[in-house]
Design a protein around this ligand. Sequence first.
Ligand code: CTP
Ligand code: ZN
Length: 156
Amino acid sequence: MMAEEKELRVQKIKEGTVIDHISAGGSLSVLKILGIMGREDNIVSIVMNVSSHSLGRKDIVKVEGRELNPEELDKIALVAPRSTINIVRNYVVVEKQKPRLPKMIKGIVKCANVTCISNSNEPADSMFYVENDDPLRLRCYYCSRYLEKDDIIRQF
Ligand code: CTP
Ligand code: ZN
């Protein structure tokens, strides 16, 4: 009870999505990759650097009135692979998901090589092998250029 009271810096939400167990400092990357700039009508709460049993320190993002779609969950997997995504309805967590990183990423991020065929007018969608998930390392299917988390965050 005491621990919970200490950690409860932000209210429970009625409806929406709670992205929990984001590694400390990662919440801004999550917002960025989701395109949440604070100009939407939804209430968004961010908690940084709270103590967590499993992570030491963690960030939490709460987006009210909105349930994230599968494409958005894939994006979170890129920047916060160890997070937990909770869907809340009428104050209750009805769904808890771990973001899953597929073996290949298609279309979400761009290759950093300007001469890559995926950046030309050819109808070739970007495509990457996931070589490592944490720290994230992608390799372009077409030109083999490596892409890391910072390269990805910069694109959003
Ligand atoms: N949460 C919330 N509003 C609610 C319900 C839950 O903001 N109405 C938040 C909690 O504060 C927590 C997260 O959603 O950050 C997950 O809630 P819950 O599953 O109740 O917590 P735990 O059991 O501790 O989750 P886990 O096992 O994933 O650590
Ligand atoms: Zn490429």
